[in-house]
Every structure is written in structure tokens, then in C-alpha cells.
Write a protein that binds this ligand. Structure first.
Ligand SMILES: NC(=O)c1ccc[n+]([C@@H]2O[C@H](COP(=O)([O-])OP(=O)(O)OC[C@H]3O[C@@H](n4cnc5c(N)ncnc54)[C@H](OP(=O)(O)O)[C@@H]3O)[C@@H](O)[C@H]2O)c1
Length: 228
């Protein structure tokens, strides 16, 4: 039995629910945070987790949720134009215990050191996302970039897991990773969402990933099989 307590911020989303499943299977005591309107999405987990409803960038909500936690898994999403991702990341950094492992999700588009070489398809997608965000204010890519900049600059025990394109499907196992997009092992640019969640949860116990921003890809994809 695992005596550690962790918090999942953004527990009701697709990634969040997979992380909940993996965490409970590993015996973690889990506190979940999700928006009030999404509480019903966690019906299957009722009685097995402590649920704190609220906006993930509400500092009081995060302060309560991460109290006493050994690790925090945060789904970083660039929703809206109110610095949602930045507010969420900052609150987690401010209120988690200094020794807690902090694992964040984001996409390949986040670069830690500017050494990533992006496929044309991703460059086009980001341009489109920026154009849409200017038009609709539904998402704000720069907010997720700023959130990660603050995480990278912090002295917390962080890992930023950079996801490739995602698909549904049964688990294939722990994704493989590389430090830079453009490395041949990542070429297939596809990961099962359930395995992305697995990587996030396993990172809690992997100190080699502290202060690393691994870009991941499914372990059964052609590029992973060719270059692992
Ligand atoms: N989708 C991809 O192809 C892809 C690729 C690479 C990396 N990623 C990364 O993977 C992570 C999860 O992404 P996902 O696509 O798999 O989605 P997801 O797990 O379904 O997560 C979406 C999250 O955003 C919340 N959310 C939705 N609308 C919102 C709003 N208007 N305001 C505030 N919160 C809102 C959801 O909460 P509710 O349950 O309350 O709606 C949920 O927690 C993200 O960090 C993303 O950057 C995704």
C-alpha cells in the first residue's frame, strides 16, 4: 500500500480521469480538483477520492487541495483569456510543499531551451491556434507558454511532460521520450492518452525527470520501435 497523498488538478478531463485511475491502482490517496460543473464526470470515482470543486486558478482552492500532498499532477490548459494556465501553475508552485513532486502536462509546442525542431504540421497547427485565439479568445497559447516559463524558472521539483498528438485506445505501455522535438525517436508524433497519463503518474517516482521537460511518444509507434 502506498502511503503517499497526491493531488490531480484538472481531474475531470480525459487526461485527468486516466491519471486518477493509474494513481488509485498504485495506492495513492488522491485529492482531485475540477470545475463545479464537471463534478458529475467523476461519479465513477465517488468514495475513492477527495474531491474539491472549483476553478483550478482559484488560489484558495489550490491551497486547500495541495495541502500535505507529496505530489501534484496538473493538467495545464490554455483556456480563456484570463491567464488560466498561468494562474493554475503559480498557485500550485506557491502552495505545494517545497519537497513535493510537481508534474505538469502540455504539448510539444512548449520549448524549454529553444532547441526543438518542429514538424511543419505542428507549426501550422500553432499558427491556426493563435489565429483562433485572437478571433475567439477561447484559448490563449501564450498563457500556457508563460505558465511553463515560470515553472522552468522555479526551484520547485518540477517535470513538464510535453505530449505529442494524442489518440484513444488501450494502453501500450510507458511512452518513450526525448529532450527535443525533432529527435528521430519522436517522429511518429502519437501517444495513447492513457499512456500519457501513465507517464505523468510514473514521473512522481522518477527523480531523474526532475527539472526535465520530456517530449513523449507512444512506445509502440514506428519511430519508438526504430530508435529506442
Ligand atoms: N489534445 C491533444 O491532442 C494534446 C496534445 C498534446 C498535449 N496535450 C496536453 O494534454 C493535456 C490534456 O489535454 P486533453 O486535450 O487531453 O484534454 P482533457 O484531458 O480533456 O483536459 C481538458 C481540461 O480542461 C478543462 N477545461 C475544459 N474547458 C475549460 C474551460 N472553458 N475552462 C477551464 N477549464 C476547462 C477540463 O475540465 P472539465 O472536465 O471541467 O471540462 C479538463 O480538465 C493538456 O495539458 C494539453 O496541453 C493535448
Amino acid at each position: 500500500m502506498n502511503s503517499q497523498k497526491i493531488c490531480i488538478v484538472g481531474a475531470s478531463g480525459k487526461l485527468g480521469r486516466y491519471m486518477l485511475q493509474h494513481a488509485l491502482e498504485r495506492g495513492y490517496q488522491v485529492v482531485g480538483v475540477c470545475r463545479e460543473r464537471s463534478v458529475s464526470k467523476l461519479q465513477d470515482f465517488k468514495g475513492r477520492i477527495t474531491l474539491i470543486p472549483g476553478a483550478t486558478n482559484d488560489r484558495r482552492v489550490i491551497q486547500q487541495a495541495v495541502a500535505g500532498c507529496d505530489g501534484v499532477l496538473t493538467v495545464l490548459v490554455p483556456w480563456g483569456s484570463q491567464q488560466y494556465a498561468t494562474g493554475t501553475a503559480q498557485a500550485v508552485m506557491d502552495f505545494a510543499r517545497p519537497e513535493a513532486r510537481l508534474i505538469y502536462s502540455c504539448g510539444w509546442h512548449i520549448s524549454r531551451d529553444g532547441q526543438d525542431v518542429y514538424p511543419q504540421s505542428l507549426i501550422r497547427e500553432e499558427k491556426l491556434a493563435r489565429w483562433m485565439s485572437r478571433l475567439t479568445h477561447i484559448i490563449d497559447i501564450d498563457d500556457q507558454i508563460e505558465a511553463c516559463r515560470r515553472i522552468f524558472a522555479s526551484d520547485t521539483r518540477w517535470t513538464v511532460v510535453r505530449g505529442s498528438n494524442l489518440e484513444e485506445g488501450e494502453s501500450q505501455g510507458l511512452p518513450v521520450w526525448s529532450e527535443h522535438v525533432g529527435d528521430p525517436i519522436l517522429e511518429s508524433n502519437l501517444t495513447r492518452r492513457v499512456d500519457y497519463a501513465l507517464f505523468m503518474v510514473e514521473a512522481l517516482q522518477n527523480d531523474a525527470l526532475i527539472h526535465v521537460a520530456p517530449a513523449i511518444v507512444g512506445c509502440r509507434t514506428p519511430s519508438a520501435l526504430a530508435y529506442a
